[in-house]
Design a protein around this ligand. Structure first.
Ligand SMILES: CC(C)(COP(=O)(O)OP(=O)(O)OC[C@H]1O[C@@H](n2cnc3c(N)ncnc32)[C@H](O)[C@@H]1OP(=O)(O)O)[C@@H](O)C(=O)NCCC(=O)NCCS
Length: 163
């Protein structure tokens, strides 16, 4: 297993299919409702976003993660603060370290772009995902009521200081 950087010129079909599978049984099953691969490509092209893929020795996609600057309009705050927007691992490959490998690599890449803090948020009550991030050094940063689209969709935030 190895990681590769997704380039903005690459196609996203395989990422879209994999995220469809990864989120199938979750509350966020329609990924297009909350994530845009087109916007991801624009952010990567303009150096505001990074996507890392995990691939098998045979080159098959096992998972990916996408992170971006919070918002460059906020000056230093936007540049130093990054956020993980999506992380998806092939459901046949979960629990085997793919997600951990992806996190390590996206953190390294973000540090190279000046990130000092990495945030991630997920649905409040999503204990499996929270525990995954906690195992990787992320700590509780509070929760925000109804932060996400729809109703009754509060978000729990996790934070890791990068160095
Ligand atoms: C959450 C996710 C990225 C973790 O990736 P992973 O490759 O399974 O993670 P790792 O193997 O590196 O780490 C496993 C740990 O993650 C946690 N975990 C979270 N979801 C899990 C799942 N579906 N299967 C197995 N472990 C999971 C467990 O705490 C596990 O720890 P354990 O091995 O001590 O039980 C992956 O399960 C996934 O894609 N889930 C669906 C999409 C999603 O919810 N993404 C995150 C929000 S953007």
């Amino acid at each position: 297993m190895r990681t590769e950087l997704f380039q903005y010129k690459d196609g996203t079909k395989d990422l879209e299919i994999l995220s469809g599978k990864a989120f199938q049984s979750s509350a966020d099953s329609d990924v297009t409702e909350w994530f845009s691969f087109k916007e991801m490509k624009t952010a990567i092209e303009t150096q505001r976003g990074i996507c890392v893929k995990a691939v098998s020795g045979e080159g098959n996609l096992l998972g990916f993660v996408y992170s971006q600057q919070e918002s460059p309009i906020n000056g230093k705050e936007g540049l130093e603060k990054w956020v993980i927007i999506i992380m998806a691992v092939d459901p046949n490959m979960t629990g085997q370290g793919v997600g951990t490998l992806l996190l390590k690599e996206i953190e390294k890449q973000a540090i190279d772009k000046g990130a000092l803090k990495m945030f991630v948020y997920t649905n409040k009550g999503d204990d499996k995902v929270v525990s995954f991030y906690q195992k990787n050094g992320y700590s509780d940063a509070g929760w925000v009521k109804d932060y996400q689209y729809g109703s009754n969709n509060s978000a729990v935030f996790l934070l890791k200081y990068l160095s």
